[in-house]
Design a protein around this ligand. Structure first.
Ligand code: NAP
Length: 441
């Protein structure tokens, strides 16, 4: 049988990982793919000392790889939107299968890429784009094929999870841990995509599309980062039996689909609450199987290469098959996707943690609970802390104390109206800090 030739575009961290793992496990990969697989052409602006490319041809122009008639599968590992999009579209139009680790590209341009690939009868696979080494795409696309997926929740950004873990374990401030994460190489010099949730949102929209068989819709995803999390919220959450995680959540409801990335309190007893440091995890609830949890490294050269190469093996296994016999990119054919309504945040239903700094005067708590009760919002837990300023010359009524509450599930629009009323109380001087709460049961 003909050897399948692979071309790699981009020889950075993941590119070198793919070269190294392919070389090390060449026999096992060939056995699993059913034939020899060889990296024959690499597009790289410079050599990478982290790998030895052996006899592969190296071109400084990455487009030479997608235009090489000998290459059967193109692996795109340059990242970003352009020229990655042009490169992938060119590969597809040249009749090549594509494997990519590029979540930004798939989240933003996946619809047009998948449509073009289906038309051309080639595969575009992207296991490494979500949660690095965890085979979550394959699990959702194939392993859970019998299920109607009800919801999923994922810790899908290792940098954010590392920062929150350090804040909890060592009582450190967000900025301080971020600076450390940058030094350790966990966070980029510009950390916006990681800490503001954009990277997690890219991954979440991919998972949501797979879960609910709908086109990718990045613009409809709500995104809130972790930079406003204060160390005291981490402590209060712990006292109430919760941990704060930066979650991507997708849920199908009768009204539409929730697609949101934000800090979330989750009960400490949940397995996913104990996923710490740079590790990733995705919890998926199917109607037949119930909750399933997928855990592992969300980044790194070889974990990511593990997913990239698994996709290559999948492509090779069915390379001679009729295109209609291959598993489509999002699990169902493009024509079977349906654009479900995505709920705005005012229409989502969740519980809330609130920290309200109030003047230490009698009756404040009862005013607050009255407002919540008038809004139809029940309270699950209350924590009233000591005054933060203990100076003897400060009048008790002007000392600030934090009142911490956890509510039951309620409509976000109703909750926001109650927050506005509480903020209007004389005794409440700061804006209220709130974090959404999910039981994930
Ligand atoms: P990287 O280390 O920055 O490597 C990217 C490589 O692509 C660099 O060697 C860069 O070359 C090259 N490149 C960029 N634009 C190019 C162009 N126009 N022409 C030629 N070469 C070009 O990035 P990475 O970490 O390997 O990530 C690659 C992809 O994998 C990204 O989509 C990323 O999101 C995804 N991913 C990464 C990880 C991870 O752990 N690193 C995990 C999951 C997914 P220069 O050095 O010359 O700029």
């Amino acid at each position: 049988m003909k050897t399948i030739n692979v071309g790699i575009c981009g020889l950075g961290t993941v590119g070198a990982g793919v070269v190294n793992v392919m070389q090390r496990n060449v026999a096992a990969i060939a056995a699993r793919a059913g034939r020899e697989v060889s990296i024959t052409h690499i597009g790289a602006r410079r050599d990478n000392p982290a790998c030895d490319v052996g006899s592969a041809k190296v071109s400084r122009d990455i487009f030479a790889v997608v235009n090489d008639p000998e290459v059967d599968i193109v692996i795109e590992l340059i990242g970003g939107y352009e020229p990655a999009l042009e490169l992938v579209m060119q590969a597809i139009s040249n009749g090549k299968h594509v494997v990519t680790a590029n979540k930004a590209l798939i989240a933003m341009h996946g619809n047009e890429i998948f449509a073009a690939a289906e038309k051309q009868g080639v595969s575009v696979l992207f296991e490494a784009a979500v949660a690095g080494g965890i085979p979550i795409i394959k699990a959702m696309r194939e392993g859970l094929a019998a299920n109607s997926i009800e919801w999923l929740a994922g810790i899908i950004n290792g940098t954010g999870n590392y920062i929150l873990t350090e804040m909890r374990d060592k009582g450190r401030q967000f900025d301080d841990v971020l600076a450390d994460a940058q030094q350790l190489g966990y966070a980029e010099a510009d950390p916006t995509f990681d800490v503001e949730g954009i990277d997690a949102a890219h991954k979440l929209v991919i998972l949501a599309s797979l879960a609910f068989a709908m086109p990718l819709n990045f613009d409809a995803c709500f995104t809130e980062g972790i930079s406003a999390i204060a160390p005291q919220d981490v402590v209060f959450a712990g006292e109430l039996g919760y941990r704060i995680k930066h979650l991507g959540i997708a849920r199908k409801t009768d009204q539409g689909v929730e697609m949101r990335v934000h800090p979330t309190l989750i009960p400490q007893r949940r397995l996913i609450a104990n996923v710490d440091g740079v590790m990733n995890a995705v919890l998926v609830k199917g109607d037949a199987v119930g909750p399933t949890l997928y855990y592992g490294p969300g980044a790194g050269a070889e974990p990511t290469a593990s997913s990239v190469i698994a996709d290559v093996v999948d492509v090779v296994r069915t390379i001679d098959a009729e295109p209609s016999n291959r598993v489509p990119a999002l699990g169902v054919a493009q024509e079977s996707l349906s654009a479900l309504p995505i709920l705005s945040m005012s229409d989502i239903n969740t519980a809330y943690y609130l920290r309200i700094n109030v003047n230490d005067q009698p009756g404040v708590l009862s005013h607050i609970t009255q407002i919540l009760s008038d809004s139809g919002i029940s309270i699950e837990a209350v924590l009233q802390k000591e005054a933060v300023q203990q100076e003897t010359n400060v009048k008790a009524s002007s000392r600030q104390i934090p009142i911490v509450l956890i509510t039951d599930r309620t409509l976000e629009s109703q909750f926001m109206a109650a927050v506005e009323s509480i903020e209007a109380l004389d005794a409440v001087q700061d804006s209220i800090h709130f974090i959404r709460v999910e039981s994930l049961g």
